[in-house]
Each structure stands twice: as structure tokens, then as C-alpha cells.
Write a protein that binds this ligand. Structure first.
Ligand code: ZN
Length: 439
């Protein structure tokens, strides 16, 4: 039988088999109540005479409030703030002219002090100072300086900003050689897209189908873990982001949940202290390319460099080898899979994506959450989305109700016997008291 026909035959057989052996829903027979979605805000009823914009009971898209400083600081471009229901964090963007670069540290200190003084509810402010001439938003050219300033460490930060002492939650762009700037793809991971020439895909079909059916790492691929495990891997793509990262890490710490973060190398370089926080809190740091680009459009040498650069940055921060990779947009080819494997990276896909940003409504979300608690499953969420923060607390509570452990991809791969619960890390000082969400 010709190779392509043989592959097609094996594929259809394996696919039929996969229907029979794929993991069953963990939550079958144990229906959660609507109360778990109590934190989700429903859209208010539409007044008579107005067009209903979305279906009833859909989620309202969260609005990110802006903080106004009076008097204003000319270099401050915007200050956003957000709460996770427990702590509140602000993200400030400053831009300075080329001649003002030497003042960046002092300016960051002044802005942090003014922002924390303006809004007493804030637990932390994260400052990013950019060059005004080249500023192109988050994901553009690297900032000049970044800092994470918990309120309780403000004095220490101000001392550093004045040129004294050290401060371990700041990053200064040393202008060391960095990879050429590549515009990141803004795509989010929604579907797994296996691209490339038909013959190449046919040749790899058995390999992929085997990985889908058997689960675990098969030839450098991972689709799901063992259904014997009362465990779901929790994964966040596109990390880290100033403002979202401390809010997300705080929620995971309170729930004693672990996750795998698929980190963009460029963002890790500018915010290394958040990647360090992930590792110190027992999370897994994984590779999501250096610039967040779709790899199939690149020559394979450049696609490989995207993975290598991200690996180098992450290992430089955590001191640990990187083991897992997820391609941006879920787009991959046989060549990119082989390149990842040659670098020692397992390419990780997912079993479930809640699509919560689509505002599908409480009942649909509840059904999706329940389905996502699949034994041996891999759930995909995004790091820098306000909707993620809105839905995550309900998902974390549902996992506890169903006795499903949320953990890292590495723990999922290690198998049922390797599940060891660690002592949860202590909350940082000043973060132990829940407070109402921001308006
Ligand atoms: Zn991504």
C-alpha cells in the first residue's frame, strides 16, 4: 500500500479508536450549582426601546478604569488599574524624550509615589518607562526601565530611584544586543492548526494521531495526559504582563493551584521579576517564542531562533531548562515540530479552551467549565485578558468542588504517582486581607 494511503488508513483507524479511549468527563453525574458563577457580573437589563446588544445573561466585558493624576505628570501616558477581588494593581506607562533617559529612574520613583498616594486602595503599581520616539505599545520596542512596586516596598524603591541601594523588582535596559524587533502577531490561541504541504502532513498523520489517542508525550507532542489522574493542567499563554501578572499569581496562590505559563521571551526580558515570581511560587515557565509570531510563515532557521532566544532568556532568569513549548496561534508545521524537538522542547496543545472572551452567557460558561475539568486534560487561558481574571475564581472553586487538582503540564506528564502537593507559598505581607473589587 502506498505510504500516503497507508497513513490515511491508519489515521482513520486510530481516530475511530480515539473516540473509545479519550478521557471521560470528570464531572459527570455531579452537577455544580449556579452559585459558583456568583462572581460573574451579568449585563444589566436593556431598557425598553433599546436594542439588546447581546444575549441575556452574557458577561459584561470588563472595563479597565484609568487613574487621573492631579496635577498631571507630563511623562505619564496612562495609568490603568484592576482588582482580582483581593488586591488591586495599577499599570503605568511613561514615555520620555531621548534627552530625558538619564531621568528615567527618578521619574519612575516620582510617578510610583504619586500614583500610590492618589489611590489608597492600590496594593501595587507596575511602571514601564519607554522612549517616546520609538514607543509602539506593549510588545513594541523594549522599555527603558520597568519596576514592580508593592506599596509596602515603596520607600525601598524610592531610595533606589534616587540612586541609592539596590531594588530587586526593577529592570533597566542595558542596551545589550537583542534580537531584531519583529512585530508580534496579536492572534490568540483558539484552534490547533497543522499547516504545511499535504504530503508532509500526511507523512506525520500517524505520529499525531498516536499522540492524540495515547496521550502523554509521544514523539515530542503532547495533547493530553492520563485519564487516571484527577488532575487538569492549567496553562496561561502570552505571559508576563505588568498589572495582570501580580493579580493572576495572587489568585493562584490563594487557591493553592499550580500552572504552566507559556511566556513570550521579549516580555520576560523586560519583566524578569514576574517570571522569577512564577518559578518561586511553584509554577512552570515554558516557551511561547521570543516575539509571539506565527512560525509557519518564517524560514525554519528564523523559527528556530525564535524558540532558542526565548529559551535563553527564560533559563537566564530561572536557572532551569525549559521543557515545554506552545506555538503562537496554535499554528505549526512538521518542520517547526522537529525544530522544537531538536531543542529538547515538547510541543504542548490543549484539550479545552473556554472562549470566555466571547461572552457566551452564564449557563454556557458553566457547562464549558465543567467540561474543562477533564481528567488528564489541558486547559488554555490567556494571561493578559481582563475576562480571564473575571472567570478564573469561579473555575478555581469548581475544581475544588470536583476534587480535580489544577497543576502544571510537567506534573500531568509525570503521571499519577508523581503528584506531590507542596506547602503553599506564604502570602506577601499586606496581601492577606480580601477587599471588595474595584468599581
Ligand atoms: Zn499566544
Amino acid at each position: 500500500m502506498p505510504a500516503v494511503k497507508l497513513n490515511a488508513f491508519l489515521c482513520s483507524s486510530l481516530l475511530a479508536l480515539s473516540v473509545a479511549v479519550m478521557p471521560t468527563w470528570a464531572a459527570a453525574g455531579s452537577k455544580p450549582t449556579n452559585s459558583v458563577l456568583g462572581v460573574l457580573k451579568a449585563v444589566p437589563a436593556t431598557p425598553p426601546g433599546q436594542v439588546q446588544p447581546v444575549a441575556p445573561n452574557t458577561l459584561a466585558a470588563p472595563k479597565i478604569p484609568l487613574l487621573k493624576l492631579v496635577p498631571s505628570i507630563p511623562e505619564v501616558r496612562k495609568v490603568e488599574y484592576l482588582s482580582n477581588g483581593y488586591i488591586e494593581v495599577a499599570g503605568a506607562v511613561l514615555t520620555v524624550a531621548e534627552g530625558d533617559r538619564p531621568r528615567a529612574r527618578a521619574l519612575a520613583g516620582y510617578a510610583a509615589r504619586r500614583i500610590l498616594a492618589t489611590r489608597p486602595q492600590l496594593d501595587e503599581v507596575d511602571v514601564s518607562v519607554y522612549d517616546r520616539g520609538s514607543y509602539a505599545g506593549f510588545g513594541g520596542p523594549l522599555p527603558i526601565l520597568t519596576a514592580s512596586v508593592p506599596r509596602l516596598r515603596l520607600e525601598e524603591f524610592l531610595n533606589w530611584a534616587d540612586g541609592h541601594g539596590s531594588y530587586d523588582r526593577a529592570w533597566v535596559n542595558a542596551k545589550a544586543p537583542t534580537p531584531p524587533i519583529r512585530q508580534p502577531d496579536t492572534v490568540r490561541e483558539l484552534t490547533v492548526n497543522f499547516l504545511g504541504a499535504l504530503a508532509d502532513r500526511a507523512a506525520d498523520a500517524v505520529h499525531h494521531t498516536t499522540a492524540k489517542v495515547l496521550g502523554g508525550v509521544q514523539g515530542g507532542l503532547l495533547y493530553h495526559g492520563s485519564a487516571r489522574q484527577p488532575l487538569t493542567a492549567l496553562t496561561f499563554d502570552d505571559a508576563p504582563h505588568p498589572m495582570y501578572e501580580p493579580l493572576l499569581l495572587d489568585l493562584l496562590r490563594r487557591a493553592d493551584a499550580r500552572a504552566t505559563f507559556f511566556v513570550i521571551g521579549r516580555n520576560a526580558r523586560a519583566y524578569p521579576y514576574f517570571v522569577r515570581d512564577m518559578a518561586e511560587q511553584g509554577h512552570e515557565v515554558a516557551n511561547h517564542t521570543y516575539h509571539h509570531v506565527r512560525l509557519p510563515g518564517l524560514p525554519i532557521a528564523e523559527a528556530t531562533a525564535e524558540m532558542q532566544e526565548a529559551d535563553a532568556v527564560l533559563q537566564g532568569i530561572t536557572g532551569k531548562p525549559v521543557r515545554y513549548f506552545r506555538p503562537p496561534g496554535g499554528d505549526y508545521t512538521p518542520a517547526t515540530l522537529r525544530a522544537a524537538e531538536a531543542l529538547g522542547l515538547t510541543t504542548v496543545f490543549w484539550t479545552d479552551d473556554p472562549g470566555d472572551f466571547q461572552n457566551p452567557g452564564d449557563n454556557v460558561l458553566l457547562e464549558r467549565y465543567t467540561r474543562m475539568l477533564r481528567r488528564g486534560g489541558i486547559v488554555l487561558l490567556h494571561d493578559n485578558a481582563p475576562e480571564m481574571l473575571q472567570v478564573l475564581p469561579a473555575f478555581l472553586r469548581l475544581a475544588v468542588q470536583h476534587r480535580i487538582d489544577l497543576n502544571t503540564v510537567g506534573t500531568l506528564v509525570a503521571g499519577p504517582d508523581a503528584l506531590i502537593r507542596q506547602t503553599p507559598p506564604a502570602l506577601p505581607a499586606g496581601r492577606g486581607t480580601p477587599k471588595p473589587a474595584a468599581p
